[in-house]
Write a new protein. Structure first.
Lengths: 100, 490
């Protein structure tokens, strides 16, 4: 079997970056799936792309601007309507800054 | 044929002539939904009251003869990743299970202004990630041609609804084949426009450089009518093209004499389902019989398309789905003591496995140390794929290919093998990567277990060249009897 590209430690690191958490069984399963997929996508290494520009946008558009003019937008109430928790005009969330 | 099974073209004539009313038509559609929905499950939400009130409004317009368009009074369904003002929109995810958009998608506004009747929101793979609708956070939709089989995905609900007479036409979205593949599997017409042709404003984003909204309908003519309404520049979508929209129905001349049909040799691979291959080859021969010229072309980087897509799309998705954090809308995990735990538990609880898999893959591909080898490399191969199409279109006007390698597979068959699932998009992915337009049109049936399962012919157009693919698809469709077949749902 090919050497593992991605270890369980890598998967835990990526999970932290993605703000996802997994139990040990899920970590094992994800490690396997990611390895399978990464093995498959490795075939891209067969291609010489040293002189190829990347395409990030199919239409190759340049800066699309509008006039810097204030226009109507969502009201506070509309913006807060789906809030899981709110206080006055604010979205309310659990503690962000830790006690020092 | 029941009202709910007719085309927009036929119904628009009868509505204008006041032979039938939109309310009558809408009632027939709602009745049909009542009959078959328990078995098909195409809809996440049926909006009866809105349907009837928009039908009444349409009837008033039709009576006054003012502002009448071909879509006025026509019941349409919307994939549930398109924001509808005041109507719950979930992207088939528990993380948006209770989300009520405070705004509407541009395509929804355009349909509303044209007088369309809104029947409901259709099921999809969660966040449009999938090829079978099995990844919906709620339930799986069934293929009306065989209820044990998938309708395809991710726009499986929209395709099934059109096929089963549960709406006259629908909108779907296509990132790697998500309109064309379910259209093929459900025996309907599906169009992915050129990237930028239709506004993405209000479409819940999956992969921003690949997503496009498009129609699913019963005929090429119907798809063209819907395209006329939804296409066009949108100042609030900075990726939408500032180009005029032609009248796509003018392309439906029926004349393909001298049209050069490119057949890519890489798309007819060993191990392809012979029943699919014979349908496709017969369709190409039919076009040749109508006067088209068949030319062999090459798309040499085809074999790298799946790998390229499965780096680009998840990378973009990992960024687009970062917003689902329980702060401003949607599900929030209860009882968390700090913000990081809240983010993490929220996303753990409410995202499905395929979504998590793609977020993980995308994050990995973009992370420090791996960005060059994976994401950047994929973007370079993307350039090579685009160039393949440009070169092919020097020698032909439209490209013909299968839409999907097999007809509808059984529910559960590919669920445990993500790579097998990914390979079902092998003929559609390149088109999204390059930004070209593509249409799937029914071209026959493959017999499996004594059931006739639909097969779709894909026609691919040059960038902003939708007219030529509509012309070829329409000419083909008019020359065969397939378009009048409907699935039998006892």
């Amino acid at each position: 079997m090919a050497e593992q590209k991605v270890t369980e430690a890598d998967v835990r690191h990526v999970a932290r970056l993605s703000r996802l958490e997994f139990n040990d069984e899920e970590i094992g399963l994800f490690t396997k799936h990611l390895n399978d997929i990464l093995t498959y996508v490795d075939k891209l290494a067969e291609l010489d792309t040293s002189n190829v520009e990347p395409t990030s946008h199919a239409l190759r558009m340049a800066n699309v601007f509008r006039e810097d003019v204030v226009a109507p937008s969502l009201s506070n109430e509309e913006a807060l309507a789906n809030a899981p928790d709110r206080e006055g005009p604010f979205f309310k969330v659990p503690q962000i800054i830790q006690e020092m | 044929m029941r009202l709910c099974e007719q085309t927009i073209e036929e119904l628009a004539k009868r509505l204008r002539a006041r032979e039938i009313s939109s309310v009558e038509l809408t009632r027939d559609v709602l009745e049909r939904i009542g009959e078959v929905e328990p078995r098909v499950q195409a809809y996440l939400r049926v909006t009866d009251a809105i349907a009837l009130s928009t039908a009444e409004a349409a009837d008033r317009r039709l009576a006054a003869g003012e502002g009448v368009t071909p879509l006025t009074g026509i019941p349409v369904a919307l994939k549930d990743n398109m924001c509808t003002l005041g109507v719950t929109t979930t992207a088939a995810s528990k993380i948006l299970g209770n989300f009520v958009p405070p705004y509407e998608a541009t395509v929804v506004r355009r349909l509303r202004e044209a007088g369309a009747v809104f029947v409901g929101k259709t099921n999809l793979d969660e966040f449009a990630m999938g090829s079978s609708t099995e990844n919906s956070g709620f339930f799986t939709t069934r293929n009306p041609w065989d209820l044990e089989r998938v309708p395809g995905g991710s726009s499986g609900g929209s395709a099934a609804a059109v096929a089963a007479g549960e709406c006259i036409a629908a909108l779907g979205s296509d990132t790697g084949g998500s309109i064309r593949q379910p259209a093929s599997l459900c025996g309907v017409v599906g169009v992915k426009p050129t990237y930028g042709r239709v506004s993405r404003y209000g479409l819940i984003a999956f992969a921003s450089s690949l997503d496009q909204i498009g129609p699913l309908a019963r005929s090429v003519g119907d798809a063209a009518l819907v395209m006329n309404v939804i296409a066009g520049h949108d100042p609030v979508d900075s990726t939408s093209a500032d180009m005029p929209v032609p009248d796509y129905t003018k392309a439906l001349t029926g004349d393909v004499r001298g049209l050069r049909i490119g057949v890519p040799k890489e798309y007819f691979i060993e191990g392809m389902d012979p029943r699919v291959e014979s349908c496709i080859r017969a369709a190409i021969e039919r076009l040749a019989g109508l006067g088209a010229e068949v030319v062999e072309v090459s798309l040499p980087h085809t074999e790298y398309a799946v790998a390229t897509y499965y780096l680009v799309a998840p990378a973009e998705a990992s960024s687009n789905l970062a917003r689902y954090d329980g702060v401003q809308y949607g599900y929030r995990a209860p009882g968390q003591k700090n913000i990081i735990d809240m983010y993490t538990k929220t996303r753990h609880d409410a995202f499905g496995d395929e979504v998590k898999r793609r977020i993980m893959l995308g994050t990995y591909a973009l992370s420090a140390g791996y960005y060059d080898a994976y994401y950047l490399k994929a973007l370079k191969v993307r350039t090579l794929i685009s160039r393949d199409f440009e070169r092919a279109f020097e020698r032909c006007d439209v490209i013909a290919a299968p839409t999907a390698p097999t007809p509808a597979f059984k529910i559960g068959e590919k669920a445990d093998d993500p790579i097998a699932m990914y390979l079902s998009d092998i003929f559609t992915l390149s088109v999204n990567l390059a930004g070209n337009a593509g249409i799937s049109v029914p071209c026959g049936f493959a017999q499996y277990d004594g059931k006739d399962l639909p097969v779709g012919l894909q026609l691919i157009a040059p960038v902003f060249g939708e007219e030529v693919m509509f012309r070829a698809a329409h000419a083909y469709e008019q020359s065969v009897e397939i378009r009048t077949r409907r699935p039998v749902l006892e």
